[in-house]
Write a protein that binds this ligand. Structure first.
Ligand SMILES: Cc1ncc(COP(=O)(O)O)c(C=O)c1O
Ligand SMILES: N[C@@H](CCCC[NH3+])C(=O)O
Length: 442
């Protein structure tokens, strides 16, 4: 079995994380429970940051907070000196509430509303990553009206299809994101913003996809962006001061995944950019990256209580847990694969093949198909590994299941960072037909 970060097995044969038994955590906080090993998040963040520092390259490592956003996570990222990628007014609001240094916030999104852009401008954030012509028009109008300056990057699609699931590739030509690099859209966007009085163009951004395992795709993307940078310099004298190559660095969910260390991706990226730029006598731009999954993915596990079982003779042994697609939509949405262990039976032999089902009213609510585990009983604690990215952040209240609690653990200390939702929370925004002043309009 593969254990991550500070995970180990104690003398009682129980899984521990951050120095505390998973069974104790499940008893203390209830289940389902997201548990983050913050030492591992810090280790990953430092690996990215220090690789740039060692190479003497100016850089920003922006945490792509769609992977897991919360006030505590933003505070941790800020303490590690990371910048922050937000994609909505809601993420921006959470970051500001967390006290995030605004100059290190980058705002993404393919359909930002006027209200969201005004919020970003009023908050004096560091940079807006502009996605389309509509947004250029919005920003020109709003900055002129408010007489405020804003730094921007232009998001471009370099036409690279990184090897990953269809729904999570974003750099290919037929993408809803960004200006196409090859059909003239990127040039048109550049012409439209380069001389604007309130908009300062810093450079270009691309993000080619997610859960990528090879470095070649990033080098190829960098190469394509650099060709465009050189072209803009020749034609307009414009010097790009920032090159943002996005996120997408892959992690190990199961033994099928063979990720590289963060430093390998970064070293390779730096080398390719230096090689291309060095030949051209072009000032080295700052390199920005946006890791999400690779910062928090394998630092998170979900603990569930095992309940019912059903055997379909000759076919499947189902075991059901007290959560499901409502706290982890990835298996249903992307056929994502996960590994698991019975946290209170770590030293038992794996003798039975189970399919781990959730409790939602959907046949497709299966978290893991066919995994070999020790024989389980109701009340055992199941730990699903590597749920730290796009688990809680994509959770829903489907079937009116309250969203789980989230805790941080480190060196034997544990603390709640998002409380478990209650039934009262579930009806908080509901209006009754009988009640008074419940949102009735006359
Ligand atoms: C623009 C952008 N940056 C960064 C990320 C983070 O990707 P990942 O979590 O795979 O590192 C994403 C998500 O795919 C993204 O769309
Ligand atoms: N949510 C996706 C990744 C998409 C990232 C955003 N561009 C996942 O769980 O893998």
């Amino acid at each position: 079995m593969h254990l991550y970060g500070t995970q180990s097995v104690d003398e009682h044969g129980q899984l521990t994380i951050g120095g505390t038994s998973a069974v104790t955590l499940a008893k203390t906080y209830g289940t389902p429970l997201f548990v983050y090993d913050t030492a591992l998040i810090k280790e990953r963040a430092r690996a990215f940051v220090q690789t740039f520092e060692r190479a003497g390259v100016q850089a920003q490592v922006a945490y792509a907070s769609k992977a897991f956003s919360s006030i505590a996570m933003y505070q941790l990222a800020a303490d590690e000196g990371l910048s922050l990628d937000v994609v909505s007014g809601g993420e921006l609001f959470t970051a500001i509430r967390a006290g995030y240094p605004v100059e290190r916030i980058h705002f993404h999104g393919n359909n930002k509303s006027d209200e969201e852009l005004i919020f970003a401008l009023d908050s004096a954030i560091g940079c807006i990553v502009v996605d389309n012509f509509h947004e250029i028009e919005q920003l020109k109008r709003l900055t002129k009206y408010k007489k405020v300056n804003i730094n921007i990057l232009l998001r471009v699609t370099p036409g690279i299809e990184a090897h990953t699931h269809d729904y999570i590739t974003t750099g290919q030509a037929d993408s809803k994101f960004g200006f196409d690099l090859h059909n003239g859209q990127a040039d048109q966007a550049f012409q439209s913003v380069k001389d604007d009085s309130y908009i300062s163009l810093l450079g270009m951004h691309c993000h080619i996809g997610s859960q990528i395992f090879d470095t070649a795709a990033f080098s190829l993307a960098a190469k394509k962006l650099i060709v465009k940078m050189l072209d803009w310099k020749t034609k307009s004298g414009f010097i790009c001061s920032v090159l943002n190559l996005g996120g997408g660095f892959g992690i190990r969910y199961t033994e099928e995944d063979k990720p590289l260390k963060p430093e390998i991706y970064v070293e390779d990226m730096i080398k390719s950019i230096q090689l291309e730029i060095g030949q051209e006598n072009y000032p080295m731009p700052e390199i920005w990256i946006e890791p999400g999954r690779s910062l928090v993915g394998d630092a998170g596990i979900t603990l569930y209580k095992i309940g019912s079982q059903k055997e379909v003779p000759g076919l499947t042994n189902y075991l059901a847990v007290d959560g499901g697609m409502s706290d982890n939509i990835r298996p249903a949405l992307y056929q994502a694969k996960y590994d698991a262990a019975v946290a209170n039976k770590m030293n038992f032999d794996s003798t039975t093949t189970y399919t781990v089902a959730g409790k939602c009213c959907e046949s497709g609510d299966k978290l893991i198909e066919k995994i070999s585990l020790p024989k389980v009983e109701a009340g055992d604690t199941l730990a699903i590994f590597c749920t730290g990215a796009y688990g809680y952040s994509m959770a829903s209240n489907y079937n009116r299941l309250p969203r789980p609690a989230v805790i941080f653990v480190e060196q034997g200390q544990h603390r709640i960072v998002i409380k478990r939702e209650t039934y009262e929370d579930l009806v908080r925004l509901d209006c009754s037909l009988q009640g008074e002043n419940m949102g009735m309009q006359s």
